[in-house]
Structures are given as C-alpha cells and as structure tokens.
Write a protein that binds this ligand. Sequence first.
Ligand code: 13P
Ligand code: SF4
Length: 364
Amino acid sequence: MSAVAIDINRYALLDDAECERRIIAAKQQLGDKVVILGHHYQRDEVYRHADISGDSLKLSRYASESNAKYIVFCGVHFMAEVADILSRPDQISILPDMAAGCSMADMANLVNVDRAWQEMSEVLYPDEQITPVTYINSAADLKAFCGRHGGIVCTSSNAHQVIEWGLARREKILFFPDQHLGRNTAYKMGIPLDEMVVWDFSKPLGGLTPEALKKAKMILWKGFCSVHQMFRPEHIDKFKEKHPETQVISHPECSFEVCQKSDYIGSTEYIVKTIAAAKPGTRWLVGTELNLVNRLNEQFADQHVHFMAPTVCMCSTMFRTDPQHLAWILESLVAGRVINRVSVPEAEAKLAVLALNRMLELPV
Ligand code: 13P
Ligand code: SF4
C-alpha cells in the first residue's frame, strides 16, 4: 500500500469533531496560501469551511481571480478542472476526493461527441452551421472541443445568454451533455419544441432522420442528471393540493414538465438568493439536491422550505467530499505535500480556455 493510501485510511478513522478541529488548525497555518471553494451541494460539515460558496459560475469566476497558491475545490471533478484551467500556472487546484465525479458529465465524452460531429457532417456543415455548447458539467476535453470548433461553455445561470450568443453566429446549437438545461432554456427563449431534437449517441445519426436534423435549431444530447430526474410533476400537484399557495422553484436540470409547473427556475445560487429575498411565511417547494434544501430550511426558518421528492435525492458524488478528506488534504499541504492535484494537459487547457473565456466575457 502506498504512503498516500495509508494516510487516508488513518484519516477515515477520525470522527467529524476531530476533523473539524484539524481543518480549522490547518487553515490557520496555511493562511492566505489556501482558499477553499464550496459548492452549494456540499454537506454542512464541509460547507462550513468554505471561504467562498456558490454555484458553478460564481466559483469559476472566483477561481480565475483568486491569488491563493492552493485552490481546494469542495465540489466535483469538472469544477476542479475549471479552476486549474482558469488559474495561473503557479496555482494548484485540488479535489479532496478524486472519486467525486458527475454522472451527467460522464454521459458525453470526446469519442462520442467527435463521432456525432462527423456524422452530422454527412448532412450539414457543422463548423459553419452548428455552435457546440457544453454545459460546464463536462470534462475538459469537451470544453477544448468547443474551443476548437467556435463553441462555448455555459452554466445553469447563463445558458440563455450563451444560446443567444451561439445562435447569433450559427443557425443551430449542439448542446451537451444535459438535454434538460438545453430544452428548458431554449423553450423559455421562444424556440418551439418541434425545433428541438434529441441526439441519441448510441444510434447512427443520433437516431434522427437527415430531414429532422436539417430542420432542428437545438440538437440536445441525450444526457441528464440522475438527481434532478427524480423530481416529477405529480410531486408538485400532490403538494399543491394541500398547500395551493406554494411557490415552486426548480433547477433547470429538472425535466421540462417539472420546469413548466415551476414559478421560478434557476441555478443553485439563484435558488438561494430568491428564497433569501422572499417574505417571511412564504412556502416553497424546491426541486434541487437535498443538502442544499436542508440548509435553506435551517437558514430561513421564517419561511417554509420543502423538498420536492418523497424520496431522498442526494448527489452521491458531491457527498464523497467529507471532513476526513478535507483534513487529509489540508494537513498534507501544511506538511508540504500536495495530494489530489487536478491538472489539465496544457494543449487541452489552451483550447478549453477559449470556450470558457467566451462565456466569462458575456455581460453579466
Ligand atoms: P449550479 O451551477 O446551479 O450550481 O449547478 C451545478 C450542478 O451540478 C447542479 O446539479
Ligand atoms: Fe452532476 Fe447531477 Fe451531481 Fe450536479 S447533481 S454534480 S449534475 S450528478
């Protein structure tokens, strides 16, 4: 067993209170050499140590502006990759648990996106007619693909402006990996459903006819988030039978049917801000990850915050980052050892940054 593995095994035996004490002490020793970024879906025992918390866009912007030598990203792998791409070469991006991925991001990869682009070229001129848009929930090589093909990255807070940007340049959008964010956003912009098709990457020509592809404005990748797909329109109907005054707020990774029944749709940061600004006594049904909804419930005790699904829907990969991993990473830094560095190969990063900067340059 390697020294590193022995290390984490030792930390796994520590209880949360001991980890808490060690995290605070290590942070104090590291001072401004370290910044901890925490996504809203992180569990409380980790989230409370974040210097900056937010959604993917806010945290990406912060990663591009931070001066800290070590950027410890309590989130998932693609987020730490973005931090590495946007930070200076002398800065180091760290993911406390390397197994913290995103199952939706894994639904598109360079092999099947490259193949789709090739297959589309039998019917269209993709580099002239299609703007590729990748949701930030994707691997760095797909961001590089977008950089190379005149495309762009989006997050759940700016998908509208990004699609507008893409359609101002080319007549169609290939949107991956999340079909729901693409469909919900485009529909809200006035693009009808019959101008959207779903590209099934397991089938030749995405399971589409050449005519359907030619007619489509939005080509949506057949990907989804396993957490947000658990929310159903019937959950909203049932809840509203009892509490008709309820305000429904959902993340745009939820299905079209759920978003159609929602009063507000937006990113995790938008959800937090909207509930924070509401009148005391407001009742909310929230369609997003459980850790965030539980936190909102505690934070805004003068409102009534309810989770949309009857079952527990947690992002199991976000949940992988625990106080034990965070203590391990930070104490290793104090000892002069960097563990779990996320580093995007230079050639890939150079192209990915083009697509990321196109997004970051859009007016806020
Ligand atoms: P936000 O950018 O809204 O935080 O979303 C990230 C995510 O993975 C939601 O599932
Ligand atoms: Fe990925 Fe869904 Fe988890 Fe967000 S909630 S990180 S999209 S698996």
